[in-house]
Design a binder for this molecule. Structure first.
Ligand code: GDP
Ligand code: MN
Length: 376
């Protein structure tokens, strides 16, 4: 679960990390009032679940409350990477002397939490990793020992020479690790980690992603869920027990099982096509799921062909075929649908589709190649 900047910073603050004073607003009026109250230069920050808000014009400094109102009018309602800005964080602006990066993720290869630091702060860490990978420093944290001060000292020493800053940095590194473990995060990131002209260390921007599987331990965080994290289609799919991720290609895929879904998408790419989505109808044979799957996929106007790839195990091919016939009757899609059915009750399943003039294949290669041709 992705958190907005202000939600992430509240957690940082709870754990004792230093952030700017700030308040959330949804109207330009409120922004003006907050700026008056702070009686200092403010920064108005769009709260959307994507990075690069600064570059997109979603972060603006304002010297006076009037200016804050004007800037807020521009930011509220603007689109950033397809998301509409409905909320802004109004924070006391800081004078930046230095920007660094400090963050934690789980490294699946070493099965350890890795803390990364870079003196190249303020820009996307992905960009730093690509262009100047030697500017990223890492420590791998033993899950039994936790983060040790000497280890944090090594990492923070790559950012600062000043002993006072190193001391503050070590303390912050330990706090960020405590957050990562404490909230069951997948990502905790501070970028930029700022040193002000006055020599203070402040977390100016933060990103936290909570592990959905850990949320049952933190029922309070459930209400932090942002509707924007998922599209309407993704939410409906979740309700129906489908795993659905929208992509940008033109081949709609309905597959059972996550592994087969991934393999299908690989094969689509292999034959020169682009999948429009990842959609796993799961391991049960519930025709209603197929109806929902088709409903969701046909809403995507990019889709030129729909490809069913079903391996019947627990799922019965005839159930899928029946679901497909029901779905076609309901949504009358005007794009071609082709299917591959193998496994449990494949003969019955294929017969149902053949009788309805839906091209049906036994081989995965054949059906994917055909789908790619139809999409062209
Ligand atoms: P992002 O673009 O979504 O990562 O948003 P950030 O909060 O990281 O802001 C982007 C950039 O805006 C930062 O790297 C800073 O250079 C600048 N910025 C943000 N807050 C302040 C502030 O309080 N004062 C100043 N001077 N610059 C700021
Ligand atoms: Mn940032």
């Amino acid at each position: 679960m992705k958190l907005q900047e202000y939600q992430a910073k509240n957690i940082l603050s709870e754990y004792g990390a230093k952030i700017q004073a700030g308040k959330v607003a949804t109207t330009a009026d409120e922004v003006e009032k907050i700026a008056e109250e702070f009686d200092s230069m403010v920064v108005i920050k769009s709260q959307v679940l994507v990075g690069g808000r600064g570059k997109a014009g979603g972060i603006k400094l304002a010297k006076t409350p009037e200016e804050a109102r004007e800037k807020a009018e521009k930011i509220l309602g603007m689109q950033i990477k397809g998301l509409t800005v409905k909320k802004v964080l109004v924070a006391k602006a800081v004078d930046i002397a230095d920007e660094a990066y400090l963050g934690l993720i789980l490294d699946r290869n070493t099965k350890k939490i890795v803390m990364m630091a870079s003196p190249q702060g303020g820009i996307d860490i992905e960009q730093v990793a690509k262009e100047t990978p030697e500017q990223i420093f890492k420590i791998y944290i033993d899950p039994f020992l936790g983060i040790r001060p000497y280890s944090a000292r090594y990492l923070i020493g790559k950012l600062y020479d000043n002993p006072d800053l190193i001391k503050q940095g070590i303390e912050l590194a330990m706090k960020l690790y405590n957050i990562f473990v404490g909230v069951d995060a997948q990502l905790v990131e501070v970028n930029p980690l700022v040193i002000t002209e006055q020599g203070e260390m402040i977390c100016v921007d933060s990103k936290i992603i909570l592990d959905d599987s850990g949320l049952m331990k933190h029922p309070d965080y459930l209400k932090l869920r942002n509707k924007d994290e998922y599209s309407q289609e993704e939410l409906e799919a979740k309700e129906m027990g489908l795993s659905y991720v929208q992509l940008t290609g033109n081949i709609g895929c309905v597959v059972n099982g996550a592994g087969l879904s991934m393999a299908t998408m690989d094969l689509v790419k292999h034959y020169g096509g682009e999948p429009a989505n990842f959609l796993d109808v799961g391991g049960s044979s519930n025709p209603k799921k197929v109806v929902k799957a088709l409903d969701i996929i046909t809403r995507d106007k990019n889709v030129k062909v729909i490809l069913f790839n079903i391996f019947g195990g627990i799922t019965r091919c005839d159930d899928i075929a029946k679901g497909l016939i029901d779905a076609i009757a309901e949504f009358k899609p005007n794009i071609p649908i082709i299917a591959r059915l193998t496994g449990t009750n494949e003969t019955e399943g294929r017969k149902i589709l053949k009788d309805a003039d839906i091209p049906v294949f036994a081989s995965m290669d054949d059906v994917v190649e055909q789908a790619v041709n139809l999409a062209k």
